[in-house]
Design a protein around this ligand. Sequence first.
Ligand code: KG4
Ligand code: ZN
Length: 354
Amino acid sequence: MDGKINILAIDTSCDETAAAVTRGTKILANIIWSQAALHAKFGGVMPALAQRMHRERIDWVIERAIKKSGIKTEEIGAVAVTAGPGLAIALEVGIAKAKELAEKWGKPLLGINHTEGHLLSPLARSKETRDADITSEEIFPAWGVVVSGGHTEIIAADKPGKYTVLAKTSDDALGEALDKAARMLGLGYPGGAILEKMARSGKKSAYPLPLPMARQGTTDWLSYSGLKTAMYRLIGSMGNDLSEQQICDLAASFQNRAFQHLERVVSAQIKKANNTSRRKYLLAGGGVIANIELRRRLRRIAKENNLRLLVPYSLKLTGDNAAMIGVAAAFKTAKLATDFTAIDRLPRWSIEEV
Ligand code: KG4
Ligand code: ZN
């Protein structure tokens, strides 16, 4: 035996109902039931609908995860659940189910921070790999970037559980900004992935969109509202019928500026400390890390600073999922709690408070 326990992990923080079984940083099963199509017609996530769908689907995703993992229910050693940040009434569903199962099985329960899950998602290993788990001693201290529909955070990760947020967005998250630009172009919701696809056939210098906050020189926070307004005005000035090529050019121009803004802040934060820093890795997670162009740009920053970029090995680990919650839990099995009442939903839980 390797001394590791099998963990059943659950995440219902937004619009994905997710369950996974993990062992250390190995993913034995990762089941995600996405509600995105149901929310699409509203152009955003409807919390009450998300809650209802989580309730309908949670048992099914848990059953499938356990079945697919190949382990028996009796072999599960702990339950981990996202306690926050996220939508309060959605979080509640996963927490209640996790408590119910932990109690029934007489196993400990861990409340995990969703942002920490995204941050540590690049450390996940596939079931098939022969590579040994990466240990926290090898990885930390490290830099981290979490970019999703709800987060844009640049993090100094000193060790598991000790994080400082160096910069974050003051308005929209990067994914949210991409989604809104996609909507302005009539590309549907959520639009980050389709915007990326259109951008590949477009010219990024086609339209003069502003680089956010470049004049102020600020590198402690990010803001996408000015870029969004500029995009809105630009599209408004172009009339009703945009050609396919115009849409591709607009997508490429917007994506370029949105990424450049992040790059500028990430670079500045790393450069500020790099001479004195022992950090060797840049960990990158969250839905937007699925984007090939963004990975390319972050890899360039990593190289310039003698760092290695680590991204999740599968696209099923970039968007919301429960496997990353199991991975984060593996680093804190020392904190196993049997007092379930201590775990409650924390809709605005910062990664600095874990
Ligand atoms: O991590 P995630 O599933 O949810 C949150 O925790 O917020 O991230 C979803 C976000 C959405 O904004 C979506 O448009 C974006 O990730 N996204 C992408 C791509 N795939 C998903 N953005 C850019 N390029 C992609 N390929
Ligand atoms: Zn997320």
